[in-house]
Design a protein around this ligand. Sequence first.
Ligand code: FE
Ligand code: FE
Ligand code: ZN
Length: 302
Amino acid sequence: MYLGCHVNFGSEQLLGSTKQAISYGANAFMFYTGAPQNTIRKSLNDELTLEALKMMKENNILLQNIICHAPYIINLANKKDPSKWEFSINFLRNEINRCEQMQVKYIVVHPGSAVEISKEEGLSNISEALNLIVKEDDKCMILLETMAGKGTECGSSLEEIKDILDKVNFDNIGVCLDSCHLNDAGYDMTKFDEFLNEFDEIIGINKIKCVHVNDSKNEIDTHKDRHANIGYGTLGFENILNIIYNERLKDIPKILETPYVGKDIDDKSRDYAPYLFEIKMIKEKRFNKNLIKDINEYYNKK
Ligand code: FE
Ligand code: FE
Ligand code: ZN
């Protein structure tokens, strides 16, 4: 099983991410190369990258299980302001180059938002952008994430993802599932095998290269996108285990993007990463109903 979580990139870059992932007991991880909400990026330090790659090897972290995430302000759907659209295209192209420089194989991208334009237009703008970004011999592959359908978000149904992929001239574009987004978009995650059948019919199951495993704070089909800690949301622990341990996705990395926690589940201070404890309970297949208390005790002692 390849299980990990979101980690920081920070001043030590990929080496920092690797160290953090190992400290959580993860053998997969995902990072932003800078702040997720902006596009300011420092140049890469190849020495740190080499050290990171060595550490990954020593800790059995495979290259295909480390994932980059593009900043979420990138919007490939909207061409109304051509300079912004072109900026998104150039930024993403540079981000792919940066990934290749670090030997990172996958970059997750939110397809985009169709602000003040029709969904159809948004979807074809995304395909057009991808055709300008991707090159046939790229060693890093873009993965389109399935979205919750908040506001004018594109890519919240399998049909929309298929529509984008159909108009792209390249095969080397994949899909990243997000269990919270799928639930919020209206897919029943309590019937995950049926969902995979549907995915296979519409898109092809071999397109799935990464799964974001998150519980959801919202009921099915609410189009909200609010992640919950594992077992503390509407999906529940057993359904999440069924996703993570699904035989058909056994070689695919599962990445937790669950919220940091404070003193209790609703505390907004969000001081502590839950990943060490969530990974533990997933590996043991045993729900920890004292998750928040255990996390607080652990980090307060440190
Ligand atoms: Fe995402
Ligand atoms: Fe996600
Ligand atoms: Zn989300």
